[in-house]
Design a protein around this ligand. Structure first.
Ligand code: ADP
Ligand code: GN1
Ligand code: MG
Length: 364
């Protein structure tokens, strides 16, 4: 039996309806939630590749309804790109199990799924150029556009209140009061920073914005960019595709595609929103989303980056104070470092508020 970490990856891989011999699997990617593996099969001298994932069921409590969403979404997207010459790379393709299901449940009650691996494209943990910001935003906007006519019923909420920032803030306040990990004393400036901005949390909720099908986790490493053309080949990581606001998606793009430093940068002098990256991002998004957004939604984009950067910052801080139970961490204080860098980025976005509004008005 081949064990990879604590899970039996080879047994999981063999549960899927893939012809040929299993040739191995390696941990893959740098997501904070699921466990992903690059898996290879060999058949008649040729190789086929898959992305195998163990779904984190502590966080996604109901993998069955989550996969119902993903099946509907990928089928709808596949129909939309069916005339595209590169259609197999434009949408994720689920591989069924040998029993015809989309999930394999192993002896330890782990939930596994497999996608066809998309070649000649990759994800970036931090933005490297204005063109990447433009292409990523264009791809996420297209994704929203293609899902605008997803037939009823409403998608399941895979994590209820995922972007309900005031509830996220209340969870932070409870974590401070409980101090279960004894870390409150070490996060004084970050706690003060969050408390001083409490009113920011509710800025989108009362604006009467329309509910859409949104991705809800549009960080730059959730879109594959083509190795040759640089275009956004495929939007991935569909676990949180559910009803939401367009501004949540735009906000997470601002958070992750307008600053070249990674999310956990400790040298805070490197953490700044770069206006040329913001401009490229906004133009990319409006290219694909400008046609369907309402005037109120377009207006909401001006606060989206601040709101989502604040929200993710308080989520990292909450997890630090709670003893690192949610996001994967790779060093001591990792979640505190992440929250510091989000808060620094938020300050930088705040300082450029006027230019952000002017630009959005000029291209909206
Ligand atoms: P997580 O939920 O852990 O973030 P993702 O679904 O984003 O997991 O996948 C992790 C990484 O695996 C991605 O950043 C991307 O690099 C890669 N990846 C995911 N799906 C595919 C695919 N179908 N083809 C190629 N690479 C993929
Ligand atoms: C998590 O799964 P991943 O790494 O793409 C998180 C997002 C956060 C992000 C911060 C289900 O995304 O909400 O914005 O980390 N996903 C979930 O990097 O909580
Ligand atoms: Mg991801």
């Amino acid at each position: 039996m081949e064990l990879n970490g604590k899970h039996n990856v080879s047994a999981a891989a063999r549960a899927f309806a893939i012809e040929g011999n299993f040739g191995g699997a390696e941990p893959y990617g740098s997501g904070h939630i699921n466990d992903s593996y690059y898996a290879v099969f060999q058949r008649n001298g040729s190789q086929s590749r898959y992305l195998l994932q163990r779904i984190n069921h502590n966080i996604f409590k109901n993998p069955v309804i989550l996969m119902e969403n993903i099946e509907r979404v990928t089928a709808h997207l596949a129909a939309q790109v069916s005339d595209h010459p590169d259609r197999d790379r434009r949408v994720l393709t689920l591989i069924p199990t040998r029993t015809g299901d989309v999930l394999h449940v192993d002896a330890e009650r782990n939930y596994w799924r497999a996608y066809r691996f998309i070649d000649n494209a990759k994800t970036y943990n931090a933005v490297e150029s204005a063109d990447q910001a433009y292409q990523a935003a264009k791809a996420f906007g297209e994704f929203q556009h293609m899902l605008a006519d997803l037939p009823a019923p409403r998608l399941h909420d895979t994590i209820p209140d995922f972007h309900h920032t005031p509830k996220r803030f209340a969870v932070l306040e409870r974590a401070i009061a409980a101090d279960v990990a004894g870390r409150v004393a070490s996060a004084g400036p970050e706690i003060d920073f969050a408390m001083n901005r409490k009113s920011l949390a509710s800025v989108l909720l009362d604006a009467g914005l329309p509910e859409r099908v949104t991705h809800n986790d549009t960080k730059i490493n959730n879109v594959l960019l083509d190795d040759v053309t640089g275009e956004g080949t495929c939007v991935i990581d569909l676990d949180t595709v559910m009803p939401g606001l367009a501004a949540y998606d735009f906000g997470d793009m601002v958070r992750t595609a307008t600053c070249p430093a990674p999310e956990d940068e400790v040298d805070l002098s490197k953490v700044e929103m770069q206006f040329p990256l913001f401009e490229a991002l906004a133009r990319g998004y409006m290219t694909s989303a400008g046609g369907f957004l309402t005037a109120a939604e377009k207006q909401s984009l001006a606060v989206a980056g601040k709101l989502i950067t604040f929200e993710i910052g308080i989520r990292f801080l909450t997890d630090y104070l709670s003893g690192d139970t949610y996001f994967k961490v790779h060093r001591q204080g990792h979640n505190l470092d992440r929250s510091r860098s989000q808060f620094k980025l938020l300050e930088s976005i705040e300082q450029q508020d006027g230019r952000i509004r002017e630009l959005l008005e000029s291209i909206g």
